[in-house]
Ligand binder design. Structure first.
Ligand code: 9Z3
Length: 369
């Protein structure tokens, strides 16, 4: 068991790591422009008294070279984030959608990527025009009107990232901008963020050469560490540093008055509840949503600070278009089927209700002061 002073020491180290991080890893070139867009967006909605949710979505990359040819990626299609963003908008929130470039987006997600190519929804009408197939008219009309409303009200801001470095700079910058919202700000961290990375000081400039005849000499000089990715005896060796614990900084420093929800992704069922509870206790935020890779569209585990653990489940549903022959239990068949309802349509209203309760509590605490 770690001692109390061990804990304190660990906390201090985590904070120092994170502060060092921004001194030693370069600010992304377009950060200021993205933060300015966010500031204008937040100011508009703060004036209207609207709640603002920062939804993160998609996986972060870890480049191995400055002029990047190779990189490590984290799994995420962006379905959780893009779908949840739609339900937050439906619940009256303004949404900053911090997403991996080219991952799924709210609204267009219904008609994009490999399983839902938009061309499959179109047909010729016989009079020279291209129109939406009759069977999809109703659904598309609904998506279109929700999309148009969001555009009209300017309630959705799309901000892309690619690398874990861009993600961390953006998360910190956006959190600072959201501070004036107080309790009306909400963080919904569905992005799959790398736990390991190549720090700037250990990054090589050019493409790593695989042929021995062209190897650069490893190491730069006295006391300097090897580049994180380098060749050794025809083998590529990758030696990554841990990403500092940004969630701790978010909760304690960057967004102390906001509601914060993180996701925990596991593949081993035995680890899910334990690791979710561990994350909640370590960072002391409001909610951890545990999910397993294979069943994430069917069931999630809500773990809350009051000790509660609650599964949210949706019933088995329709088969994914184009896939035949799948049968049996929906959870076992997870990759072949789509659930009957989107689980985010249950998750997000639950969170909005918890957020209302928190806002009310904070407001009554304020008036009692
Ligand atoms: C999740 O667990 C998301 O629900 C998924 C969504 C990535 C599984 P898809 O985009 O998948 O619908 O395909 N996100 C959080 C994953 C993560 O990196 N969590 C960190 C951790 O587990 C904490 S912030 O340590």
């Amino acid at each position: 068991m770690p001692t109390a002073s061990g804990h304190a020491h660990g906390e201090l180290r985590r904070e120092t790591d994170m502060l060092d991080y921004f001194d030693t890893n370069p600010k992304p070139a377009n950060l200021d422009r993205q933060i300015t867009l966010a500031r204008t967006f937040i100011e508009q909605h703060a004036k209207d008294g609207r709640r603002v949710a920062l939804v993160t979505s998609g996986g972060t990359t870890v480049p191995l070279e400055n002029q990047t040819v190779r990189f490590i990626d984290n799994f995420s299609a962006g379905t959780r984030g893009a779908t949840s963003a739609e339900y937050f908008l439906q619940a009256g929130y303004a949404v900053i959608f911090l997403h991996r470039q080219f991952s799924l987006l709210p609204y267009s997600r219904h008609y994009s990527h490999s399983t839902n190519c938009f061309l499959d929804f179109m047909t010729h009408n016989g009079a020279g025009a291209v129109v939406v197939e009759h069977e999809y008219q109703h659904q598309m009309a609904e998506v279109l009107s929700r999309y148009r409303e969001v555009k009209r009200n300017n309630t959705l801001l799309l901000l892309p990232f690619v690398t874990v470095n861009e993600y961390l700079w953006l998360l910190r910058g956006l959190a600072m901008q959201m501070q004036p919202l107080g309790a009306k700000g909400l963080f919904y961290l569905a992005a799959a963020v790398s736990d390991f990375f190549v720090p700037a000081e250990r990054m090589v400039e050019h493409k790593i050469q695989s042929s021995e005849d062209f190897h650069e000499k490893a190491g730069h000089g006295d006391g300097e560490r090897q580049p994180a990715a380098h060749m050794e005896d025809k083998r590529l060796v990758i030696d990554l540093d841990p990403v500092p614990k940004f969630l701790k900084m978010l909760v304690d420093r960057w967004a102390p008055r906001s509601m914060i929800i993180s996701f925990k992704l596991e593949t081993d069922p035995a680890m899910l509840a334990v690791k979710s509870r561990y994350a909640l206790e370590k960072y002391s935020h409001h909610l951890v949503i545990g999910n397993k890779l294979n069943t994430r569209k069917w069931e999630v585990l809500f773990v809350t600070a009051d000790g509660g653990e609650r599964w949210i489940r949706v019933p088995a549903g329709r088969r994914t278009k184009g896939i035949t022959g799948a049968s049996g239990d929906a959870v076992e068949d997870a990759e072949q089927r789509e659930p009957a309802v989107e689980i985010e349509s249950i998750i997000v209203p639950e969170i909005a209700a918890m957020h209302t309760a928190l806002i009310n509590k904070w407001e009554s605490d304020e008036t009692r002061k």
